[in-house]
Design a protein around this ligand. Structure first.
Ligand code: NAD
Length: 504
């Protein structure tokens, strides 16, 4: 137990990482990071002030000419070394992530940390493959080509649900393309973003390329979004805050990338493998204690399978072991905070008035009573327009609803404001193909739900936002394409000048 907390000593110098070193914030407010498994404080730090943001932006601005002027190969080498340091630090990073977010160590060790190392290795390679249209004489009289250029200082804001991965998804494509960055993590989970930036410095990425300001959204976040020296805002978080971020960013005409909320449908057709669908629904709704923007939240099940699906999902949910994130037998940890647990419980309590809570629907007592735990919960009998079907709950809660025709299943799946992810469960290739075409989402899985890979884009549509994280597509957000055009005629009176000079 003692050893586990020693890793927190790494942050003894403060929670602001500016110009390649840790230091305290200069605001007059402190924040204590709470371990949600026990309710105990694990680290108290002074929050960033707007002056700290100014300093971080200045550090990023100063680092930009050198970093953007490095060759793609040099940036790639540095990011490869970065992946190596992350691998060396993997155990500490996983421990810190589990402590601050309550994630089972199994999840951080097998998913969050290796996923981030793989993202880093991917962007080390991708840094050498920025692409554009071929240079050519498109007009006949000119040679045209495109330059894909870094933008400058990026200001990013990340949520608490995957603190490490969300920081990595923002930072990696930005720096691989030659930008420098200031990232604001959620103030309740700043620690692995700091470790990530510290690992970059250890790997030789120059000071100022990655800066972290740990502070409040309203003060520090808005100051970063509105900062005149920040050229782009990349935000991952809720749709409500995303709208506010867009408003502030518009005042300084910033490029915007918004990864917002989700309410993913999970559509089970009547020819599906019931056992696979039930396992898939339980794993995909409970991953990260349901605090996953792509989590399965609404299972639409064609009527002939509905009762059997509900019975099997309830049985599997009841077998999931809720407990201490550091115990090897734990499947599900607490929610990230007591506020989030209470918010989830509120949705379920209100649903009791209009729907049936089939299993779960309570916080466990006993040894777990001091943590922000909540049992896996299945709800049936809710109408399509009810709160639990339409709103993002962001907890271990799945709602199951029946449908009759294929048309109806797809129509109901699309009937929320969100469009981040969806899945279709069927053995029929025509049904599957139709679902991939007609489900309105940034990602559609067939006979699975959740896996992500570095090579493929992640991002939503509708109220889930716009722009892509991961993959080469993310470079569309973090670079600008400049058209360069050379005259090849060397004549004074060019053909197109007739628009001004006529036949003179
Ligand atoms: P949140 O919107 O409350 O906060 C996100 C970040 O914004 C935090 O760092 C917060 O401090 C900051 N913030 C708050 N107010 C701000 C303001 N006025 N100006 C600037 N920044 C401000 O989200 P959360 O509760 O931390 O995370 C959960 C949400 O994130 C869910 O809605 C989830 O779906 C979403 N999410 C989306 C994706 C995706 O890829 N689309 C991924 C992960 C999480």
């Amino acid at each position: 137990m003692g050893n586990r907390f020693q890793v927190i000593d790494r942050f003894a110098d403060g929670a602001q990482y500016i110009g390649g070193r840790l230091r305290p914030g200069t605001s007059d407010r402190e924040h204590t990071v709470i371990n949600p498994a026990t309710g105990e404080g694990i680290y108290t730090y002074r929050l960033a002030s707007t002056a700290d943001v100014d300093e971080a932006v200045a550090a990023a601005k100063a680092a930009f000419p050198g970093w953007s002027g490095a060759t793609p190969g040099e940036r790639s080498d540095a990011i490869h070394r970065f992946a190596g340091v992350l691998a060396d630090w993997a155990e500490d990073i996983a421990t810190v992530e589990s402590l601050q977010a309550g994630k089972p160590l199994r999840l951080t060790t097998e998913f969050d940390v290796p996923g981030t190392i793989d993202n880093t290795a991917f962007f080390a390679g991708a840094a050498r493959h920025l692409q554009g249209q071929a240079a050519a004489e498109y007009s006949g009289d000119h040679t045209s080509y495109v330059r894909r250029e870094a933008l400058g200082v990026i200001g990013s804001i990340a949520p608490w649900n995957y603190p490490l991965q969300m920081a990595a998804w923002k930072i990696l494509p930005a720096i691989a393309a030659g930008n420098t960055i200031v990232l604001k993590p959620a103030e309740i989970t700043p620690l692995t973003s700091l470790l990530f930036a510290m690992a970059a410095t250890e790997a030789g990425i120059p000071d100022g390329v990655i800066n972290i300001v740990s502070g409040s959204g309203r003060v520090v976040g808005e100051h970063l979004v509105g900062h005149p020296d920040v050229v782009m805002t990349s935000f991952t978080g809720s749709t409500g805050v995303g709208k506010r971020v867009a408003e502030v960013a518009t005042q300084t005409v910033k490029r915007l990338h918004l990864e917002l909320g989700g309410k993913a449908p999970f559509v089970v057709f009547d020819d599906a493998d019931l056992e696979a669908a039930a396992h898939g629904a339980v794993a995909a709704s409970l991953i990260n204690t349901g605090q996953d923007c792509t989590a399965a939240t609404r299972a639409y099940v064609q009527r002939p399978l509905f009762d059997a699906f509900v019975a099997r999902v309830a049985e599997l949910m009841d077998s999931v072991r809720v407990g201490d994130p550091f115990a090897a037998t734990t499947d599900l940890g607490p929610l990230v905070s007591f506020a989030q647990r209470d918010s989830v419980a509120g949705f379920v309590e209100r649903a009791r008035d209009y729907a049936t809570v089939v299993c779960g629907g309570e916080a466990p007592g006993g040894d777990l009573k001091d943590g922000a735990y909540y049992r896996p919960t299945l709800i049936t009998g809710a109408s399509q327009d009810s709160e639990v079907v339409q709103s993002e709950i962001f907890g271990p809660v799945l709602v199951a609803l029946p449908f009759d025709s294929d048309d109806e299943g797809i129509q109901l799946a699309n009937d929320t404001p969100y469009g981040l992810a969806a899945s279709a469960w069927t053995k029929d290739v025509f049904r599957a193909n139709r679902a991939t075409r007609e489900l309105k989402a940034g990602c559609v899985w067939v006979n699975d739900h959740i896996p992500i890979i570095s090579e493929m884009p992640h991002g939503g549509t509708k109220a889930s936002g716009y722009g892509k994280d991961m993959s080469a597509y993310s470079f569309e957000e973090y670079t600008q394409v400049k058209h360069v055009m050379f005259d090849n005629t060397a004549v004074a009176a060019k053909d197109w000048h007739r628009t001004i000079f006529g036949d003179r």
